[in-house]
Design a protein around this ligand. Structure first.
Ligand code: GLY
Ligand code: MN
Ligand code: MN
Length: 465
């Protein structure tokens, strides 16, 4: 039956791709020149006589014939812009000569397939990867087995993670499993020069400094996230469940163009405020609880990471205010330390000092080091394509984006007055390190007690007030 319609499908596909339908889609993606420049930067950092072999992320099965939505490996995306699976990129330090071409890079990608595309969407194919992603030498993944490359001649063979559990099907000769198997076979004699750790180190050095193009996309993710958190503040009420709080922020993400949350949304109320990465979000009645909402939108690969803690009733109790003020002061002290040249740990150390002092003053701890009972995570991490982005964890440098997210969590049963039990508070913002003062990219989102209570009084778009 399909064969009969094949010419029609082909005609429509050609028509669609030729007639500029793409103008109806995202036109603010990172340009191919960005990815090419990143490949060049990687090449510059590679040692003499070396090659880097980078694989796309595996497709992961959810159940039966349904896969999880595909998410590209961040390093692969950074270097190519390709969001399709079953691909491998080779970058050479020095130009290599193959039969008819001399090149510094090769990419093997999944081929066009009209039948598959009518189920799962358009593929770029060889021509698309040349035209849209700017690669000169593009081959299909099934051609990788023909590569005439002696890996033993290189002094170093950098490579990305070699997954071992990614078989699509035993007849699929172009799946990631096959690509990795071929690489392993072809580089069998180069075991001593294979370097996965060194590859990760270079990529961390590249990715920790954001270019102007990346900042545009990341700022968009952060703006969308702030607006969604604002709607949550306006709409949250005592009748709601944790999952409805989650729905509210994620509605804002999707409605404003984010592809999906950059990590599973944390919407933990009451006792769940004290679970750092609580994601089930099934508590039904949140009444007078506090709720910790840690949620960030992903936009074209880049994710925000923002937390606000809200009183569901719209008003903090006096005891909640006391803990909240310590966390806020700790966060402000941490942000102040986000300065070029400081150590990566300085914001954490500043935040810790404020929390120690505050908990002692309230009689919650007696000895300064007991603060670790109630604040048991780091204050900062890099942010970018990954919510926990790679970086060198050395000195802070302009162009780095990090979070500042201290918290205090006092679960039931803690050795302190019962009135503090089930108070969990985290405040998290995204900070750009500059030549001067820290730039709080998520700064438009209220965080003082007064600002939050005021915002929670504003009308919600869901209701006619
Ligand atoms: N949202 C995860 C984190 O804050 O690190
Ligand atoms: Mn974070
Ligand atoms: Mn977070």
């Amino acid at each position: 039956m399909f064969k009969k319609y094949q010419p029609v499908f082909l005609f429509l596909l050609i028509l669609f791709s030729e007639q500029g339908f793409s103008q109806n889609y995202d036109n603010d993606k990172l340009p191919s020149s960005f990815h090419a420049a990143r490949r060049q930067e990687l090449r510059t950092k590679m040692e003499a006589n070396s090659v880097a072999v980078i694989f796309a992320n595996p497709v992961r099965n959810r159940s039966n014939d349904v896969d999880f939505q595909y998410s590209q490996d961040p390093n692969f995306y950074y270097l190519t812009g390709l969001t399709e699976p079953d691909a491998v990129l080779l970058i050479f330090k020095e130009t290599q000569k193959f039969d008819s071409v001399s090149t510094q890079e090769l990419i093997y990608i999944q081929p066009r397939n009209i039948a598959a595309e009518s189920w799962t969407g358009k593929r770029l194919g060889v021509e698309g990867v040349k035209k849209e992603l700017g690669f000169g030498t593009v081959l299909t993944n099934v051609q990788f087995s023909d590569i005439k490359l002696d890996f033993t001649k290189f002094s170093k063979v950098y490579h990305s993670k070699l997954w071992e559990d990614v078989r699509n099907g035993k007849d699929d000769e172009g799946d990631l499993y096959s690509l990795i198997k071929i690489f392993n076979e072809k580089s069998e004699g180069a075991k001593k020069t294979k370097a996965s750790f060194d590859f990760q180190t270079i990529m961390a050095e590249l990715r920790e400094i954001k270019t102007a193009e990346e900042m545009k996309v990341l700022k968009k993710a952060i703006t969308i996230s702030c607006d969604a958190h604002l709607d949550l503040m306006r709409c949250l009420d005592q009748e709601m469940s944790e999952y409805q709080a989650q729905a509210l922020v994620e509605f804002g993400f999707k409605f404003n163009g984010s592809e999906y949350p950059g990590y599973p949304t944390i919407a933990g109320a009451g006792e769940n405020t004290c679970i750092l990465h609580y994601i089930s979000n099934r508590k039904k009645f949140v009444n007078k609880d506090l709720i910790v909402c840690d949620a960030g939108a992903e936009y074209h690969g880049y994710t925000a990471d923002i937390t606000r803690t809200l009183p569901v009733s719209g008003k903090f109790t006096d005891d909640q205010k006391k803990i909240y003020s310590i966390v806020l002061n700790a966060q402000n002290a941490g942000i102040k330390a986000c300065k070029k040249g400081n150590n990566f740990r300085d914001p954490h150390n500043e935040a810790v000092e404020v929390i120690k002092k505050g908990l002692i003053e309230l009689g919650i701890i007696n000895s300064p080091n007991d603060f670790m009972k109630y604040f048991f995570h780091g204050t900062s991490h890099y942010l970018g394509l990954d919510v926990h982005d790679p970086g060198s964890y050395g000195r802070l440098k302009p162009g780095q984006v990090i979070t500042v997210e201290p918290g205090i969590y006092i679960p039931e049963g803690s050795p302190c007055d019962k009135k503090w039990w089930n108070i969990g508070i985290r405040i998290e913002d995204d900070i750009l390190i500059t030549e001067g003062e820290p730039d709080v990219l998520s700064g438009k989102l209220p965080k003082t007690i007064e600002e939050i209570e005021k915002m929670m009084n504003e009308p919600c778009f869901l209701k006619k007030n």
